[in-house]
Each structure stands twice: as structure tokens, then as C-alpha cells.
Design a protein around this ligand. Structure first.
Ligand code: CUA
Length: 399
């Protein structure tokens, strides 16, 4: 080995070591919840079964091509005793070689292509009979989930946001849509990404092998808070899912506690220009229900349904934890707030209060001075600390 080659290797060694450390850091258990390389469901498994062999083929090609190029460059490099006026033999065209390096890559691509197309068809299969059907609406900058539990085509049985709750071991058929710009829904452990395009419906089937929480992310740049438009899929066991559905289908419970009633009044006067609580009435007039608006495409200006807010684990486009992420609170699952003790211990109260105090300071949004169809995100209502306390009392009652 010449001094030049040895010098080059010495210079590159720290880089290679650093790269290996960096990549091994990515794969640490529990450290990379958004990795696509650890599938947790059959659809993601299908993709993984395609990625691994293709990556290996690509690796062999990479090493062979670069190794060959490096070998030729070193073997035929200019040497000190070369006569620079004399050219080596000029060769052009070698029939056998040219045929070989045309056919070989074509065969490799054909094989990869066959497996890719098979995987595409596999992933595009119609969902099974017992699948759960959910409409997914992307808008700046949160995801809404509308469930058709009865299978009658009516997607208003449950309207929720941020946490997509599904039964483990069962297919979930998502219809992905957008109310404003292009977003993309991606929970890497469960399937590939699917764009949410205004005016279109894109199907995506997911399934989680086991109960657990699977993190994802909007993956199409969609404006200011694209990076804060997060996804959380919560898979429950069969019984857990059934009781979750029963609980979600139960209606609005008017509060009786004094502070919560005050919060309800503030909510009805300030928050209902955007937010809804299915079945919520006017505090002073129990016959007046705030109707849920029709789904409007192309214009967002909407905000999450807050019915049963305390059965969610995140808020504000899943940017913040509503339930603290300590192990004992995570262990309580979706039921964390059902007991007074759980609510008291696990409510991420500081984050919720900060959000009510000044939302645009907590997440990049452009709400405008007053809510309008052009508004995106929650404005600062300049609430007093007393109003914030009352609102928290009201919201924490939405179990
Ligand atoms: Cu929505 Cu990026």
C-alpha cells in the first residue's frame, strides 16, 4: 500500500467509526419510536420484507461498483516512472462486457420490480370484513379521526383528534383526506405513508400486532407547524377497545362543580366559534345544543371535538402530552383520568395552562386577531388566571 492510500484510509477511519456509532444509536430499543425498520404490524412487515432484500442487493451493487472503480483507479494510476508522452492502449467497446453489464442490471431490476409490484398489490388489498372504518382528516396542524363503528357509512359515531385509538390484531381501514393543503399520514411501525390531498380520498389499511402506542408524523410540508403535526396510534386489546367505544359514544355530561360551570360558560362564549363538544348545550339553556358543523373541504378553520378530552393522551396536534409520560401514567393507558387520583397525578397541567394562556407562544400558528375561516390555530384570548383555572376545571371534567 502506498503512503497516499494509507493516508486516505487514516483520514476516513474516524468518519466511518462516527457513522457506525450514529447509525447504531438510531436503532437503540425504545430510542427511535418512529423507525420504519421495526415493523409492528402486517402491512409494515410487508414493506420490511421488501426493504431488507432490496437493501442487500443495493449494498452488493454499491460495494462491487465502488470497489471496482477504486481498484481500477489505484491499479492504473499514474506512476513516477511513467512516460507521460506515451498513451496506454486505447480500447473502445468490448461486446461481451457491454452485453453483460446491460443484461445483469436489467435482471436485477426486474427481480426487484416483481417483488415491489407484488408488495404494492398486497398492501392495496381490500380491508377484511371485520375492519374498523375511520376517516382521517388532515388540516393545519392536527389530525381528526371520524369513526364509522356501525359500518353504515356514517362517519360521525365518534369524532376525535390527536390519538387514533384502534383494536390490536384487527385491520383498520383509513380513508385519508385533507381540509386544506396536502398533508401526509405516517405511523412508520404500522404502514407506509399516505398523502392527504384536498378533494381526494386515499385508502390506507393499518394493523397493530399488539396493544401499544405508535408514534408518527405528518410527512408532507404543510406550513408553519408541519413539524408539530404529530400522530399517535393507540392500540388496545379487544375488550379495551370495546369499552373505549362505549365510553366515546356516551354523551356530554353537564358539570355541576362551581368552577367547572364557570369554565363551561367561558367555553360556550369564547371557544365554540371553533371547538365543539358533541351534544354540548348552552350552560343557561339545556335545550340549545351546539351543532357539529358539516365537514367542509378546502377550508379548515376548525378545531378538535373536545368530548371525552381526558381519554386522550395528547393535545394541540399531539404536540404536547395531556397525560404525563411517566411510566406509571403511561401504564394507565387511555383510562389515566378516570379516577381522581390518576387525573391529579398524571394531568400535564402546566402544559395545558400554558396553552390556554397563550397558544401561539406554544406552537407556531397564524390564528389572526379573531377566528375566521382563514385562521389557522388557536388565538390568544387573553384569559385571566381565574378563567384559566375554571376552564381547566371544565376540561378535566370531560372524561
Ligand atoms: Cu401536515 Cu405537514
Amino acid at each position: 500500500m502506498t503512503r497516499g492510500v494509507r493516508g486516505g484510509i487514516r483520514a476516513l477511519a474516524p468518519l466511518a467509526v462516527g457513522l457506525v456509532l450514529l447509525l447504531s444509536g438510531c436503532a437503540g430499543e425504545g430510542k427511535a419510536p418512529q423507525t420504519t425498520l421495526k415493523p409492528k404490524g402486517p402491512q409494515a412487515e410487508t414493506i420490511n420484507h421488501l426493504i431488507n432484500p432490496v437493501f442487500m442487493v443495493a449494498g452488493v451493487v454499491f460495494v462491487a461498483i465502488l470497489g471496482g472503480a477504486l481498484f481500477v483507479a489505484l491499479k492504473f494510476r499514474a506512476k513516477d516512472d511513467d512516460d507521460f508522452d506515451e498513451f496506454p492502449d486505447q480500447v473502445h467497446g468490448n461486446f461481451k462486457l457491454e452485453i453483460g453489464w446491460t443484461i445483469l442490471p436489467a435482471v436485477v431490476l426486474l427481480i426487484v420490480g416483481i417483488f415491489s409490484v407484488a408488495a404494492i398489490f398486497n398492501l392495496a388489498q381490500k380491508p377484511k370484513e371485520d375492519a374498523i372504518h375511520v376517516e382521517v382528516y388532515g388540516q393545519q396542524w392536527w389530525w381528526e379521526y371520524r369513526y364509522d363503528i356501525n359500518g353504515d357509512g356514517d362517519y360521525t359515531d365518534i369524532i376525535t383528534a390527536n390519538d387514533l385509538v384502534i383494536p390490536a390484531g384487527r385491520q383498520v381501514s383509513l380513508k385519508i383526506k385533507s381540509r386544506d393543503v396536502i398533508h401526509s399520514w405516517w405511523a412508520p411501525a404500522l404502514n407506509g405513508k399516505k398523502d392527504a390531498v384536498p378533494g381526494r380520498t386515499h385508502p390506507l389499511t393499518i394493523q397493530a400486532d399488539a396493544p401499544g402506542e405508535y408514534i408518527g408524523q405528518c410527512t408532507e410540508f404543510c406550513g408553519l407547524s408541519h413539524a408539530e403535526m404529530r400522530i399517535k396510534v393507540v392500540a388496545l386489546d379487544a375488550d379495551g377497545f370495546t369499552s373505549w367505544v362505549d365510553h366515546q359514544e356516551s354523551g356530554f355530561q353537564a358539570p355541576t362543580d362551581e368552577a367547572a360551570v364557570a369554565g363551561w360558560t367561558t367555553f360556550a362564549s369564547q371557544c365554540t366559534s371553533c371547538h365543539r363538544l358533541t351534544g354540548m348545550t348552552e350552560p343557561t339553556d339545556p335545550s340549545k345544543v351546539f351543532e357539529y358543523p358539516e365537514v367542509v373541504n378546502q377550508v379548515s378553520g376548525e378545531a378538535p371535538n373536545l368530548l371525552h378530552l381526558m381519554s386522550r393522551t395528547t393535545f394541540a396536534g399531539a404536540k404536547f402530552n395531556l397525560r404525563k409520560d411517566t411510566p406509571e401514567c403511561v401504564a394507565l393507558g387511555q383510562d389515566w383520568a378516570q379516577t381522581d387520583d390518576g387525573l391529579k397525578t398524571c394531568l400535564n397541567r402546566n402544559a395545558l395552562e400554558a396553552w390556554l394562556r397563550n397558544p401561539p407562544a406554544e406552537k407556531a400558528m397564524h390564528p389572526g386577531d379573531t377566528p375566521s375561516p382563514e385562521s389557522r390555530g388557536m388565538p390568544n384570548f387573553n384569559l385571566t388566571e381565574a378563567q384559566i383555572d375554571d376552564l381547566v376545571a371544565f376540561l378535566t371534567g370531560l372524561k
